[in-house]
Design a binder for this molecule. Structure first.
Ligand SMILES: [Zn+2]
Length: 239
């Protein structure tokens, strides 16, 4: 049996499916991976992205933080791909119970998914650090420089988990609960090297563990099925 047929069979017989996804799910939609290093990038930025996207940097150099953030993180041209769409359909059919994602781009919601547990937050939610007023994606995109609250003038901070910041414990608990109760866990578009991905997978005790990733991952040996292909192309072939 081919890999796709095997995946189809697993999905067909599952009724408590959880999907755990990483950056690879979004790159196929045209979301640039901010970690990718290119020549232009080195000329334009004085610090590596992991430094700029840290809590300390946000506090000390907000103008430089937002110069990077607005250039690299506020992508509004990406569209959900076949993987996002199929996962939303599986949820509507009652098969898929949750998506746990490391992505912050809202593409699962755009595809129609309801239960999306965003471990690293979202660029679609932003709050004033002083009065906690809410601001949407468009406001952040329109306001160049340091975006400020229209009510009190405070700096607006994205609801994105920056380096040095803790994950939201409620989201983490929900993710653990979903994974622990799943009969099938599909891990897609992540090498599982970023915390807490690898440790979350340890909570899975269901029947089918599937890994779909372009490159090999440390979990491949544990998986019943490993597909080393782009995830959008894989889900394109699933009914
Ligand atoms: Zn405010």
């Amino acid at each position: 049996m081919g890999e796709i047929a095997k995946l189809q069979q697993i999905i067909d017989e599952s009724n408590n499916l959880v999907f755990f996804g990483g950056a690879g799910v979004s790159t196929e939609s045209g979301i640039p991976d901010f970690r990718s290093v290119d020549g232009l990038y080195h000329q334009e930025w004085d610090f590596p992205p992991e430094t700029i996207l840290s809590h300390t940097f946000f506090q000390r150099k907000p103008a430089e933080f937002y110069r990077f953030y607005q250039a690299k993180m506020l992508c509004d041209t990406a569209k959900p791909n076949a993987a996002h769409k199929k996962l939303a359909k599986l949820e509507a059919q009652g098969k898929l119970k949750a998506i746990v994602t490391q992505n912050i781009d809202n593409l699962h919601q755009m595809a129609g998914s309801k239960k999306v547990l965003e471990l690293h937050g979202s660029v679609y939610r932003n709050h004033c650090v002083k009065c906690h007023s809410f601001y949407d994606f468009a406001y952040m995109k329109e306001n160049k420089g340091i975006p400020r609250c229209s009510k009190c003038g405070g700096i607006i901070k994205p609801d994105v988990v920056l380096y040095e910041e803790a994950l939201d414990q409620d989201i983490l608990k929900e993710a653990i609960h979903a994974i622990a109760h799943a009969d099938t866990l599909i891990i897609g578009g992540t090498s599982l090297s970023v915390y807490p991905a690898a440790s979350l997978v340890d909570y899975f005790s269901g029947k089918h563990l599937v890994v779909i990733n372009r490159d090999k991952t440390p979990q491949d040996g544990m998986a019943e099925l490993v597909i080393n292909q782009p995830i959008g192309e894989v889900f394109e072939q699933i009914k």
